[in-house]
Design a protein around this ligand. Structure first.
Ligand SMILES: [Zn+2]
Length: 111
């Protein structure tokens, strides 16, 4: 006989498990991020993003460095003072690179 306030307990495994959006493997729903990626895929993504972000930073900073050294910019700022703009371009380049690479890798269908 069913009790009046008998709450049906959901099968917790089935209810909380979800498939990773990227690799399709089953994982507990609480471990997925807001794009429904599992921890393994996230770790892998972050490793690729780190490589990509420094590549973008180098792509921005190196031409800048060459320009500073080759163009004789000493009349604008003493050469050592260009370290700060260089540092800023490296920092901003890596931030921009992180967003670009992460969004690019996220938008690709499961690879
Ligand atoms: Zn995954």
């Amino acid at each position: 006989m069913a009790r009046p306030f008998d709450v049906t307990v959901r099968d917790s495994d089935e209810a909380s498990d979800a498939a990773c959006q990227h690799c399709g493997q089953e994982a507990p729903g609480s471990t997925l991020d807001r794009w429904n990626w599992c921890k393994t895929c996230r770790t892998d993504l972050n490793r690729k993003v780190r490589k990509g972000q420094y590549a973008v930073a180098a792509l921005i900073t190196l031409p800048f460095l060459v320009w500073i050294l080759a163009e004789g910019t000493g009349t604008v700022l003493p050469t050592y003072a260009w370290a700060l703009p260089l540092l800023a371009s490296w920092y901003l380049g890596s931030r921009i690179g992180r967003v670009l690479v992460r969004n690019y890798l996220r938008s690709r269908p499961g690879v």
